[in-house]
Structure formats: structure tokens, C-alpha cells
Ligand binder design. Structure first.
Ligand SMILES: NC(=O)C1=CN([C@@H]2O[C@H](COP(=O)(O)OP(=O)(O)OC[C@H]3O[C@@H](n4cnc5c(N)ncnc54)[C@H](O)[C@@H]3O)[C@@H](O)[C@H]2O)C=CC1
Ligand SMILES: O=C(O)[C@@H]1CCC=N1
Length: 273
């Protein structure tokens, strides 16, 4: 479905919170043909970028928009969400990207018959290379999942989850994941500097290596494991590095496992309030 012909374009989209994640998605929708006049943004601190987009900004909202996309911080939710209570229990689909805020919370605040899709996107959405996992309540059902998918596929891939509980681990892998990869770039650049490279050159090498390896992993028919083996000459330089990285106790696998678990646990903790 084309965004400009959708129920979203006809009945309107309300974006509650337009910070890093909200603006990343808004940029994608506008680029895919959603008319800015179909978008109402509520944000007490609008950025200069947002002000220039031609959307309705902190204006009176339509009574029954097609979708409300909730992109405020979980900590702001209790203040922001009740202002839209009149849109609950109706035809408006609520799509939330907030980490650790369960579907139950939306049903309790807006009404039990409110269609809700919980989503976990990531910031590469800003360049339409995001991945978003979605899961719906029973009221929303299949049609609402299709509509949420139309909206979110404008900013990258969309996957559907079997159950809401999976979203904590999804947050730990892909929601927070871009930060791990950015940290990898920072760390590789610093390590290159420690081996005598100039900072600018080392950063250039690190960024291009992560971007190139990511693109190769996506485009190749070979698995990441095989791609790793392809780099590793017997008794060569990569093998020397991998012996450090793959150390069972202190290496990369144990560290990443702990990091993903910490993010997953934090997501569960946020859900408990
Ligand atoms: N940044 C990321 O990588 C990801 C963030 N998320 C989720 O997206 C949500 C937003 O995160 P960010 O965009 O990173 O945060 P952010 O702090 O950049 O954006 C939040 C926005 O909400 C606005 N806001 C504050 N109070 C408000 C209110 N009462 N009504 C309307 N807007 C209000 C703020 O002015 C700000 O622009 C969070 O719930 C987070 O869990 C999900 C996936 C990835
Ligand atoms: O750090 C956070 O809580 C949000 C959710 C996933 C990425 N950023």
C-alpha cells in the first residue's frame, strides 16, 4: 500500500513525542510520500528540523486519527498518554515504540477495547535501514498488524512476534543493538590509534570495515560464520585476533551475552514500573 493512499493519509497520524526515534520514523514516512498535512505532532520541545517539516505541530488533534504513534520515553508515559484517552476504545490504532511499556498499560490507560500494537524499532530507521518487531493485542488483530507494518516498513524491515514477552530480548538485540555496533566502531578506532595510526585514518578504517562487513553479511549467500572463516587464514593475523576475541570466559561471546541480558532484564524491569 502506498502511504499517500492509505487510511493513515486520509484520517491522520498523531505522533506523540518526536525526539530521536520519532523524528527518525517521521523522516522515513515523509520520504515515502505521507503528506505532512496528514501528520499531527505533539511535543513540548520541538526541534528546528521538526518545525520545518510542514506537519501540524502542537495543534488541535483530529478526534479519531487512523494511528497514534507513541514515541515518548517510558518515564514520560504517565504524563503524556492520558491526554489522548478520548481516542481509546475506538477506531484509532495505538502503536507504541516505548521500551518496557507493556500492551496492558495502554489498555488500562485508554480502555480495554483499544487496538494496540507494541513495536520495537531501531535508529537506522533514519536512513530506512531499521528493523522493527511488532506484536498486537486481540482487539487490534490482523488488520491492525497490516496497517502498523505498512507504517513501519517505510523505515526498514518489519518482523512479527509470536508473543509480547519476546520483545524484551528483541530490545536487547536490535533495539539497543546499534549502540553496541557504534561502540565497536569507537573501540576499533581507539585500538588502531594504540597501534600507531592517526585518529582520523583509524576511524575511517573502523567505520568502513563495520559498514562493509554488515553489508556483506546482508547481501552474501554465505552465513556470518562462513564469512568469518573466509577472512581467517590458517595461522594468520585474523586467527591471532580471534583467539583473543573468542576466549570462552573473557571474550566477545560472553561479553555480548551479558550485555544483551542486561538490556533484556532492564526492559523487563521497566515493565514492572
Ligand atoms: N532511541 C532509540 O534507539 C530507541 C528508542 N525507543 C523508544 O522510543 C521512545 C523515545 O525515545 P527517544 O526518541 O530516544 O527519546 P527522546 O528523548 O529523543 O524523545 C522523546 C521526545 O518526547 C518528548 N516529550 C516529552 N514529554 C512529552 C509529552 N508530555 N508529550 C509529548 N512529547 C513529550 C520530548 O520533548 C522528546 O522530543 C522511548 O520510549 C524509547 O524506549 C525504541 C527503540 C529505539
Ligand atoms: O535505551 C533505551 O531504553 C531505548 C530502547 C531501545 C533503544 N533505546
Amino acid at each position: 500500500m502506498k502511504m499517500k493512499d492509505s487510511r493513515i493519509a486520509a484520517n491522520g497520524l498523531v505522533l506523540l513525542g518526536c525526539g530521536k526515534m520519532g523524528s527518525a520514523m517521521l523522516e522515513g514516512w515523509l520520504a515515502r510520500g505521507l503528506p505532512p498535512t496528514s501528520v499531527w505532532v505533539v511535543d513540548p520541545f520541538p526541534s528546528e528540523w521538526l518545525k520545518a517539516q510542514g506537519v501540524h505541530l502542537n495543534a488541535e488533534l483530529p478526534a479519531a486519527p487512523a494511528i497514534v504513534l507513541v514515541a515518548v520515553k517510558p518515564q514520560m508515559m504517565a504524563e503524556a498518554l492520558p491526554t489522548l484517552k478520548a481516542m481509546g476504545n475506538g477506531s484509532t490504532l495505538f502503536v507504541s515504540v516505548a521500551a518496557g511499556t507493556p500492551i496492558r498499560y495502554f489498555e488500562e490507560t485508554l480502555g480495554v477495547n483499544t487496538p494496540v500494537v507494541r513495536a520495537m524499532p531501531n535508529t537506522p530507521a533514519a536512513i530506512s535501514r531499521g528493523i522493527t518487531a511488532i506484536v498486537a493485542n486481540d482487539t487490534a488483530g490482523e488488520a491492525a498488524l497490516d496497517e502498523a507494518e505498512t507504517l513501519l516498513s517505510a523505515v526498514g524491515e518489519v518482523v512479527r512476534l509470536d508473543q509480547e514477552s519476546q520483545i524484551d530480548a528483541v530490545t536487547g538485540v536490535s533495539g539497543s543493538g546499534p549502540a553496541y555496533v557504534f561502540h565497536m566502531i569507537e573501540t576499533m578506532a581507539a585500538a588502531g590509534e594504540a597501534q600507531g595510526l592517526p585518529p582520523g585514518l583509524s576511524m575511517q578504517l573502523a567505520k568502513a570495515t563495520v559498514a562493509g562487513a554488515g553489508a556483506l553479511a546482508m547481501e552474501s549467500d554465505e552465513s556470518p560464520t562462513q564469512l568469518r572463516i573466509n577472512v581467517t587464514s590458517p595461522n594468520g593475523t585474523t586467527q591471532a585476533a580471534l583467539e583473543v576475541l573468542m576466549d570462552e570466559e573473557n571474550g566477545f561471546p560472553a561479553l555480548v551475552k551479558r550485555a544483551v541480558k542486561a538490556a533484556t532484564d532492564r526492559s523487563k524491569e521497566l515493565a514492572r514500573g
